[in-house]
Ligand binder design. Structure first.
Ligand code: LIP
Length: 277
């Protein structure tokens, strides 16, 4: 199945208004006390807002596009299969940066990726606190609140600001892996490394030219589907950490302003394969 540009524009308009509606719910709950639960471990958090916002997003999409399929972070947590087929499929993270949301750290996003024939076709990442709406349609550029996005022109890893994350695992092996990579990168040396707590907003920061690269192992398709298309459309590169083509189910990403930064960064990392989504 293919979509015309007009159809994709229509889907984008629907998606951005849905992301705003979801963002309003996140905003309303942002300063309130939250009902916090844990998922895979004590530091993998979920709130009732994550669950309610995902349910609302899926209900609205079903109403408007009854044939479309879904992969949603909280639905998968509830046992639904993470099944990406050729059918038009929304890949949804209702609150990317749940730990930030819990702590009122204003770096929290609604992510709506849209794939057709398993290809990233449209991406929306909405920072629900700042109101920045990042959007892209494949082949038609990337925008933040309607203004074109452009990546950094820096090609020297040593002059780069790198974004990374600790992830939620706290077992010794996972921590050793994270610290080995952080040590390797910071001692390159790079200008600095920041950990901001939202994979999607990290990738959008690379798309906006505010950072040269971001990498992470152990994330999920809903964390990077939408944002990685936005980065590609801003002129950057979304790759597998070993520099191959990005694999939405491989749970790892190297997002960079250009191939020089991507290659230099990839060569500094130790890599691991994860159970697929
Ligand atoms: C989070 C990511 C974060 C990553 C965490 C987690 P969530 O997403 O955006 O960067 O380090 O492991 O995946 O759970 O807040 O949607």
């Amino acid at each position: 199945m293919t979509h015309t540009k007009e159809e994709l524009d229509e889907i984008l308009a629907f998606g951005t208004s849905l992301a705003r509606k979801a963002g309003d719910k996140i905003q309303a709950a942002f300063l309130q006390n939250k009902n916090i639960q844990t998922k895979s471990c004590n530091t993998d958090l979920v709130t009732e807002t994550d669950q309610q916002v995902e349910a609302m997003i899926i209900q609205d999409i079903k109403q408007c596009y009854p044939k479309h399929k879904f992969i949603g972070e909280e639905s998968v947590a509830d046992g639904l299969k993470c099944d990406l087929t050729d059918e038009p499929t929304w890949i949804v993270d209702p609150v990317d940066g749940t730990t930030n949301f819990v702590h009122r750290f204003p770096y929290v996003a609604v992510c709506l990726g849209f794939c057709v024939n398993k290809e990233r076709t449209l991406g929306i990442v909405y920072n629900a606190v700042s109101g920045q709406m990042y959007t892209a349609i494949k082949g038609h550029g990337a925008f933040c609140n309607g203004k074109p996005l452009k990546v950094s022109s820096e090609t020297d890893l040593k002059k780069s600001l790198i974004l990374a994350e600790f992830g939620s695992a706290r077992d010794q092996e996972s921590l050793d892996f994270v610290f080995e990579n952080l040590r390797s990168i910071i001692s390159t040396p790079v200008h600095t490394i920041h950990c901001m707590g939202s994979a999607a907003l990290n990738i959008c920061a690379v798309a906006a030219g505010q950072a040269e690269a971001y990498f992470e192992f152990g994330i999920h398709c809903w964390d990077y589907c939408a944002a990685s298309l936005i980065l590609d459309e801003a002129g950057g590169v979304s790759l597998d950490t070993e520099e191959g083509e990005l694999d939405l189910m491989a749970r790892r990403i190297l997002a960079a302003a250009n191939n020089s930064i991507a290659s230099a960064l990839s060569s500094k990392l130790v890599h691991k394969r994860l159970p697929r989504d």
